[in-house]
Design a protein around this ligand. Structure first.
Ligand SMILES: [Fe+2]
Length: 248
């Protein structure tokens, strides 16, 4: 068995899944475990991070986001540990139990299926947003902290928009190995600006219950990914048309 798959399975054994599931529900489909993944596993993920640094695509949308991204297409080719985590059957089952949903990995055509986000220059950030699903179903985001040498915080507003509920703000450091899971249509969240001389790198893994997307929404999603994340060449280029098989 791949050591990553083995280590993930052992990390899951240490979790009280039912208790975590209750917290997930109480927090309106949001939960986290600080420094959950063991250092040896994180070290292999960070080795992938360093390998793909030449492929970082920087983007800047005034008043909304600034930072760097590496798409699933590059990770499939160059980041074996990250892909092993994404493809781990035990991990998928763990997430399905926490969410209570029949989760699947995103299609290989989705550059966001697994992706790295680099905050490396002063002011790198992303403003408040939902991880809106363009699929026919909800989309669930897993965020894993990999490099955390920053004053940036993941700021989340739980229960936003729920009648009769006052939003609760949570501010988190995403230390290496920290695991965060949420329903992208429900969690209003942001990353606060990076300070000088700081660095923050996080991994996101996306899951859906229905992987279908209308052609129009696929186009809109690809345009958004090109402009805001990975660049037109990555999203619409040769590799995107023939990506390596991602979900298995
Ligand atoms: Fe997000």
């Amino acid at each position: 068995m791949d050591p990553i798959v083995d280590e993930v399975a052992r990390a899951i054994e240490r979790v009280d899944v039912e208790a975590l599931r209750r917290t997930y529900v109480e927090q309106d489909e949001f939960v986290y475990i600080e420094r959950w993944l063991p250092p040896a596993l994180v070290a292999r993920l960070v080795a992938d991070v360093d390998r793909v640094r030449p492929a970082i695509h920087r983007n800047y949308i005034p008043r909304h986001k600034k930072g760097g991204s590496v798409s699933a297409y590059t990770l499939v080719a160059q980041a074996p540990a990250i892909v092993a985590l994404y493809r781990s059957p035990a991990f998928l089952e763990f997430l399905a139990r926490l969410t209570g949903a029949r989760l699947q990995r995103c299609p290989a055509t989705d550059p966001h299926a697994c992706a790295l986000y680099f905050y490396t220059e002063p002011g790198d950030h992303i403003g408040f947003h939902y991880d809106t699903s363009y699929y026919r179903s909800a989309r669930y985001t897993v965020l894993v902290g990999l490099v955390e040498r920053s004053s940036s915080r993941l700021v989340c507003q739980l229960h936003r928009g729920l009648p009769g509920r006052t939003p609760v703000e949570v501010s988190l450091r995403t230390d290496p190995g920290t695991f965060i899971l949420f329903n992208g249509d429900r969690l209003w969240h942001a990353i606060t600006p990076l300070g000088a001389g700081e660095e923050r790198v996080s991994l996101t893994l996306e899951f859906v219950t229905d992987p279908r997307m209308t052609p129009l929404k696929r186009f809109v999603s690809n345009m958004k990914d090109s402009i805001a994340y990975f660049g037109f060449r990555s999203v619409f280029g040769e590799r995107a048309r023939r990506p390596a098989a991602l979900p298995r």
